[in-house]
Design a protein around this ligand. Structure first.
Ligand code: 9D3
Length: 253
């Protein structure tokens, strides 16, 4: 699948695309990424891509025309495949696992990264299908959110993670019942006077799995009770799970 990214700072993506387990997905072309700078589509000696906001106020606004030209070139390069145009914006809908699966399927997408105070609304109204946000905090632009989506999509591709099973264990993969992940430990068995949980050192597979499941249930009950409710409604909690939760309830944890 293919992602085209419109950004005034394409150089921010280079180290990201060249590092970590997701690199394989980009280098193999399993997830193709092409970067486009709207400045290369801007007019005049100054190649202006932004201007002062009509009506006044702080900051600058990205002009519609350089973005529209860049987008037209991207669409032609993609063979007008109908890929959706996603704009990263603080007023967008929150990106979650369902969104990653949705936008990480099919032909891929065209990602538009905003900078400054925002983008001329006429570009958004004409071309943007969906606006996506990472959450209620302020970034300097849409580049990190675009990389977040690309990273999440890359790790869903078969063979990208070293251990094939790793993403099966991710908290928001429904295959793992939508519970938060359990704590992890590694050598040494005692670090700075603190022992790793005895259950994990027992060598008893069933005991280890029960400990992990109990940890996940307790953590999810404490931090994300709505995820636990969803797991219960979907029939993903066993009688042993319910017994553990009842015990936790009595302890007022
Ligand atoms: C008070 C006006 N600001 C809105 C919070 C203006 C503004 C600040 C920062 C407009 C754009 C930006 C740049 N942010 C993004 O482009 C962005 C973003 C974010 O800031 N937080 C979470 N998700 C995202 S996705 C894109």
């Amino acid at each position: 699948m293919r992602f085209d990214v419109l950004t005034l700072f394409p150089e921010l993506f280079a180290p990201f695309l060249q590092a970590g387990v997701t690199r394989r997905a980009y280098e193999s072309g399993q997830v193709q990424v092409q970067l486009w700078n709207p400045r290369d589509f801007a007019e005049g000696n100054y190649r202006r891509v932004d201007d002062r906001p009509f009506g006044g106020g702080p900051g600058m606004v990205m002009m519609a025309e350089p973005l529209a030209r860049a987008l037209a070139t991207v669409r032609a390069a993609r063979g007008d495949d109908g890929a959706p145009v996603l704009l990263f914006s603080p007023i967008g809908e929150r990106l979650d696992h369902a969104g990653v699966e949705r936008w990480g399927a099919g032909p891929g997408a065209i990602l538009v990264c905003g900078r400054y105070e925002g983008i001329d609304q006429r570009f958004i109204d004409r071309f943007v299908d969906v606006q996506l946000s990472l959450g209620d905090f302020v970034l300097s632009g849409g580049e990190i959110p675009a990389m977040a989506l690309l990273d999440a999509v890359a790790r869903l591709q078969p063979g990208v993670l070293g251990d094939e099973g790793s993403h099966q264990a991710d908290s928001f993969n429904p295959a793992l019942d939508g519970l938060l992940d359990c704590p992890h430990y590694t050598r040494p068995e005692v670090w700075d006077g603190v022992a790793a949980p005895a259950e994990l050192l027992s060598g008893h597979h069933a005991q280890i799995e029960r400990w992990r499941r109990d940890q996940r249930l307790a953590l999810t009950a404490a931090r994300r009770p709505e995820l636990l409710d969803a797991a219960r409604s979907a029939g993903r909690l066993s009688r042993a799970d319910e017994a553990l939760l009842a015990k936790l309830g009595k302890k007022h944890l």
